[in-house]
Design a protein around this ligand. Structure first.
Ligand code: 2YC
Length: 289
């Protein structure tokens, strides 16, 4: 799991409106719309109406490598931008959790060095950032591609996000190929879905030459180069740092989704909202981990 730096997120809160315009141009949907699609909501209007009634506390956690300056502020800015009643607790850690519960939070967002979760307090359920990020970027690729059913999709990077991208893609009827710089990781991930035919790429470069739809979920930069980009290429890239080289980005134009937090937090929030509101009529999402 790549640990964010404050440099990754410094400009995030002030850039949310601009980023929303980029998302709408690339996918036809807003950040809320992508989060809603990721979380299984029938439409974003239902969630838009509910959002202001759902109280979401974000608690700074000092364990391990400690606070990332701007992290809880960025998470809160994303949640507030989506219309949720979100705030950062004054206190950190356990005191922050207690403060959030005492203030009537429905959901607590918190991250240590190992997990970033949204805890739905009254339902005893958590929403995991890695899974929500995978759901969000797969939903985004689906929208960019105009549907994934029957489409061949390459998952590059078999870490936590890449591993969650596979079931999200299969659910959309995609034909999945997995690749990793450590071949055994790709083979192991394919074996976990024995009931499905998951192809394992023997060579990353060849896989990039033969797939137009890509989930880039590695922790490396410049894995995808300009020579890999064609007119039909669309890339959804949750990996940090971005695995698409600057030249490849230039070739792709609007056919690339990448951000350090926004889509993953939007998907977490929409999933948590589905659990908290319990309105199954507009929320067909699966039980989150
Ligand atoms: O400021 C704080 O509360 C810190 N404890 C936050 C630490 C987040 C560590 N995780 C990451 O940087 C990212 C997550 C956004 C998802 C995976 N890695």
């Amino acid at each position: 799991m790549t640990r964010l730096t404050s440099r990754d997120i410094d400009a995030l809160p002030s850039g949310l409106a601009d980023y929303d315009r980029i998302l709408k141009a690339a996918t036809g949907r807003s950040l809320l719309g992508i989060g809603a699609a990721a979380a299984g909501w029938a439409d974003e209007d239902a969630i838009g109406r509910l959002a202001s009634t759902i109280r979401m506390a974000v608690v700074p956690i000092r364990s391990g490598q400690g606070i990332i300056r701007g992290f809880t502020g960025s998470v809160t800015a994303i949640l507030a931008y989506l219309g949720f009643d979100a705030w950062v607790t004054r206190q950190t850690d356990v005191a922050g959790f207690a403060e959030a519960v005492d203030a009537g939070a429905h959901v607590i967002f918190a991250a240590d060095d190992h997990r970033f979760v949204a805890v739905c307090l009254r339902h005893g359920r958590t929403v995991d950032n890695a899974r929500a990020t995978a759901d969000g970027f797969v939903a985004g690729l689906d929208l960019m591609a105009g549907g994934l059913h029957g489409g061949r999709v390459l998952v590059l990077g078999c870490g936590r996000v890449g591993r969650w991208a596979v079931p999200a893609l299969l659910k959309r009827g995609a034909r999945v190929c997995v690749a990793d710089r450590i071949p055994a990781r790709a083979a192991h991930l394919a074996a976990r879905h024995s009931g499905e035919t998951i192809a394992v790429a023997a060579d990353v470069d060849n896989a990039l030459d033969t797939h137009d739809l890509i989930i880039e979920a590695t922790d490396a930069a410049d894995v995808i180069r300009a020579r890999h980009i064609r007119a039909a290429t669309r890339i959804s890239a949750p990996g940090m740092p971005c695995g698409v080289s600057p030249n490849a980005m230039e070739q792709l134009g609007g056919r690339l989704l990448h951000d350090p937090l926004q889509i993953g937090v939007a998907a977490m929030a929409c999933s948590a909202a589905g659990i908290v509101s319990g309105t199954m009529s507009t929320y067909e999402g699966e039980a989150s981990s």
